[in-house]
Design a protein around this ligand. Structure first.
Ligand SMILES: [Zn+2]
Length: 100
C-alpha cells in the first residue's frame, strides 16, 4: 500500500485524495534563437565534441541535469498547497526576505 505524506509538513495524506494536492514543477534552460554562420559550419566539430565530453566528466549527473532540465513533484496537504500558491517563489525572490 502506497502511503503519502505531505512534503511540506509531514501530514498523512488520505488515500482517497480528499486532502492531497500534487505540485509538479519543470525547470529548464531557455533556448535562444539558433543562428549558424559559415564560421560555425567550418569549425572542427569533433574537437568541439571532445571538449564538451571532457567538460561533462568534471560534473556530476545532478549538476548536468540541473543545467538542462529538472522535473520536481511534491505531494502537499491543503494548508501547504495554499501556502505554496500564495508564494510559489518564496525561496528565491529577494523581496520575500524576512525583514523583522
Ligand atoms: Zn502540509
Amino acid at each position: 500500500m502506497i502511503r503519502y505524506r505531505c512534503d511540506g509538513c509531514g501530514l498523512d495524506l488520505e488515500r482517497d485524495g480528499s486532502n492531497h494536492f500534487i505540485v509538479k514543477i519543470e525547470a529548464f534552460a531557455a533556448a535562444g534563437k539558433l543562428e549558424f554562420t559559415r564560421e560555425d559550419l567550418n569549425r572542427d566539430h569533433k574537437a568541439e565534441m571532445r571538449r564538451v565530453l571532457a567538460d561533462l566528466e568534471n560534473h556530476s549527473p545532478d549538476e548536468i541535469e540541473n543545467q538542462v532540465y529538472r522535473a520536481l513533484r511534491y505531494d502537499l496537504c491543503p494548508a501547504c498547497h495554499r501556502r505554496f500558491l500564495e508564494t510559489p517563489l518564496a525561496g528565491i525572490r529577494s523581496d520575500n526576505k524576512d525583514v523583522s
